[in-house]
Design a protein around this ligand. Structure first.
Ligand code: C5P
Length: 217
C-alpha cells in the first residue's frame, strides 16, 4: 500500500485518535493527530497568558509555532507537552482558538505538508472536507455524547488527571456545538465518508472494520 491517505473525522471522544493510532501501526502508516496541533497552540496561548480575544497575538503565535508530532508524543518548541494538552483547561479553550479562520489556514497548511509524506492516517474535524479532500479513504466516527464522555473520563482517570464525568459531558457537548456551528470548516460528515457508529463497538472491532475496508480495496 503506497501513498495512501486516510481521513478520519468525527466529534470529540468518538475514538478517532485511539483507533487511528492502532490502525496506523497495523498498516505501518504515519499517524497525524490534528487536534493535538490545535491543542498545542491553545496550550501556548495559556502559558503566554494571551487573552482569548487577542486574535492578532494568537494568529502571530500560530504563524511561528514549532510543533512536532512524534508517535505518541507532541513537542512544542522541543518540549514534550503530550499530557499538558489533554488537561481540561486546554480542552475548554481549544474550540475557541480553532475557530479563528487565520489559525485554521496556518494549521491546514502545516497538515497538508505533513500529509505529503507517504501513507498517512490523519484525524480531526475537517480532514475529509478540507485538509485531504482527495483521500482514498474517508471515515466519520460517531458515538452518543454519553458514551464519548465516559470514554474521555476513563482516559483521563487512567492518566491520573482529576476530572468529573459531568464536567466532561458538558465540555464535549459545548465543543461539538462550537465545532459544528463555526463558519470555517465546521465539523461535518462529507458526502463520501463511511460512517461508523462506535457506541456499541470495541476499539478492536472498529480498527478491524476499517482495516478490512482499506486492505480489500
Ligand atoms: O480531536 P481533539 O478533541 O483533540 O480536538 C480538539 C479540538 O481541536 C476540537 O474540539 C476542535 O475544536 C479542534 N480541531 C479542529 N479541527 C481539526 C482537529 C481539531 O478544529 N482538524
Amino acid at each position: 500500500l503506497l501513498n495512501i491517505k486516510v481521513a478520519i473525522d468525527g466529534p470529540a471522544g468518538a475514538g478517532k485518535s485511539t483507533v487511528a493510532k492502532k490502525l496506523a501501526e497495523k498498516l505501518n502508516f504515519t499517524y497525524i493527530d490534528t487536534g493535538a496541533m490545535y491543542r498545542a497552540l491553545t496550550y501556548k496561548t495559556i502559558i503566554e497568558d494571551i487573552d482569548i480575544n487577542n486574535k492578532d497575538k494568537i494568529v502571530e503565535l500560530a504563524s511561528k509555532i514549532d510543533i512536532k508530532l512524534e508517535n505518541d508524543r507532541v513537542l512544542l518548541d522541543g518540549i514534550d507537552i503530550s499530557n499538558e494538552i489533554r488537561t481540561p483547561i486546554v480542552s475548554e479553550k481549544v474550540s475557541l482558538i480553532s475557530k479563528i479562520p487565520e489559525v485554521r489556514e496556518i494549521m491546514v497548511n502545516l497538515q497538508r505538508q505533513l500529509a505529503n509524506n507517504g501513507s498517512v492516517i490523519m484525524d480531526g474535524r475537517d480532514i475529509a472536507t478540507v485538509v485531504m479532500p482527495n483521500a482514498q479513504f474517508k471515515f466519520f466516527l460517531t458515538a452518543s455524547a454519553e458514551v464519548r464522555a465516559m470514554r474521555r473520563y476513563n482516559e483521563l482517570v487512567e492518566k491520573k488527571i482529576s476530572v468529573s464525568y459531568d464536567d466532561i459531558l458538558r465540555d464535549i457537548k459545548k465543543r461539538d456545538k462550537i465545532d459544528m456551528e463555526r463558519d470555517i470548516a465546521p465539523l461535518k460528515k462529507s458526502d463520501d465518508s463511511i460512517v461508523i457508529d462506535t457506541s456499541d463497538m470495541t476499539i478492536e472491532e472498529v480498527v478491524c472494520k476499517m482495516y478490512d475496508i482499506i486492505v480489500s480495496k
